[in-house]
Write a new protein. Structure first.
Length: 427
């Protein structure tokens, strides 16, 4: 079952524990082989590896307009309405992140500013296989399209080499994905990064995937942009006696069912809550379809941590810097100032992390493995480039010239100084 720690034990574990490698050496080796082959051979190599890893090459990688239209007939109207409402919430939230280019005239003869320019082409990787995630389509595509990206190309594996999951196609249509290809794995990342005769290359690749996809994204970074290299999913719950143990257990399990490496923690000063949560975990795991995965994650990577007080709970949570932080306390907004490091925060007894995963609006693509200490979740900003600009009149240059040339000479870059002096009157 899930282990119980005293605060000191848990802190020691955080200090000593070596972070799980995001990708194995094998994943990198395989990814490098596939990427190199696709760079050199295009579609020929693409077909080879799709056959090898997926068992069948589709008649066409492109999802046609007809296939996209037919997908709507295979998804229930109830699901479509839920997806549309979720997409609208996500759009409303991300619309507030939009920035306008800045134009500044600090002095009469000097103009400067910053342009916000959208990335032109973005590739969206959506996992397939044993599960499908329309929420991943929304969270990655909607901020890209709001940012002004002209072309959003989605890749996702086809089952049996035939059709992608209909719900993914519907989700893509709802948020405006331009093109969809029936391909996944390393080969999809390589094709997006370098292009083939069939698949167009892009400027940035976003979206979650397994260790092989993560390794591929790491290897192509620099030739294209990527969002992040994500580690195992995480939740930390800070709670006291006001929390309902059934809610706490459900939220720990919700995170644990993702993956056997997922990490779920409760931080509480309440012995009673720990005991009650233990009981609830056993009860709720008994009829969970993914009970083996969730049980393994809770046993190997989870923990119920007894702290002296709520302040200590926040101190440990900030040290952990979790992907998701739940604050199941009364008056949770009053504790928001205690948060220093977290991907996203969920406040109160009625705000499960599931709301953020699917529906409420904030993005669910978040920093993991402690990277919330220096990075942020996906946003409109990830699909925008900031380009500064500068204009000086002749008079303004003359006024700045001596300072610029002095600094240039101090750095022993006489050519920089000469670029200024050549423009001076009567030089």
């Amino acid at each position: 079952m899930i282990p119980i720690y005293q605060a000191e034990e848990f802190e020691q574990r955080l200090t000593e524990q070596k972070k799980t490698s995001l990708q194995s050496d094998q994943a990198y080796q395989v990814a490098k082989e596939v990427i190199t082959a696709i760079q050199q051979e295009g579609d020929k190599a693409l077909d080879k590896y799709v056959e090898k890893f997926d068992g069948r090459v589709p008649d066409s990688y492109l999802v046609t307009d007809q296939e996209r239209k037919q997908a709507w007939e295979k998804v229930s109207s109830k699901t479509i309405k839920a997806l549309e409402r979720a997409a609208e919430n996500i759009k409303k939230f991300h619309t507030k992140q939009l920035n306008e280019s800045k134009f500044m005239r600090n002095e009469p003869d000097i103009v400067s500013g910053q342009l916000y320019l959208p990335i032109e082409k973005v590739g969206l990787y959506v996992p397939g296989g044993t599960a499908c995630y329309p929420s991943s389509v929304f969270m990655n595509a909607i901020p890209a399209i709001l940012a002004g990206v002209e072309e959003v190309v989605m890749v996702t594996p086809a089952r049996n080499g035939e059709q992608i999951e209909p719900i993914l196609s519907v989700a893509a249509d709802i948020c405006g994905v331009t093109t969809i290809y029936k391909i996944g794995g390393i080969q999809a990342i390589a094709a997006l990064a370098y292009g083939t005769e069939t698949i167009t290359s892009v400027d940035k690749i976003v979206g979650p995937g397994n260790a092989y996809v993560a390794a591929a994204k790491a290897l192509v970074y620099g030739d294209v942009g990527i969002d992040m290299i994500a580690g195992p999913s995480e939740v930390a719950i800070i709670a006291d006696d006001t929390a309902n143990p059934a809610y706490v257990a459900a939220d720990l399990i919700a995170q644990a069912e993702h993956d056997i490496l997922a990490r779920s923690f409760l931080l509480t000063p309440s012995d009673q809550l720990i005991k009650a949560t233990e009981i609830e975990l056993k009860t709720q795991l008994a009829d969970l379809p993914r009970t083996e995965i969730a049980s393994a994650a809770l046993r190997d990577y989870g923990g119920l941590i007894k702290v002296d007080n709520i302040e200590e709970a926040f101190r440990l949570a900030n040290q952990l810097a979790p992907e998701h932080l739940e604050i199941q306390l009364d008056d949770p907004l009053s504790y928001l100032g205690y948060v220093k490091h977290a991907g996203s925060v969920f406040l109160g007894h009625y705000t499960p992390e599931s709301l953020g995963d699917y529906y409420a609006g904030p993005n669910h693509v978040l920093p993991t493995s402690g990277t919330a200490k220096f990075s942020s979740g996906l946003s409109v900003d990830d699909f925008v480039k900031k380009t500064t600009f500068l204009y000086y009149t002749e008079k303004a240059l003359q006024q700045a010239a001596d300072d610029v040339m002095t600094i240039a000479e101090e750095e022993q870059l006489s050519g920089h100084a000469r670029a200024v002096s050549k423009r001076l009157i009567n030089e």
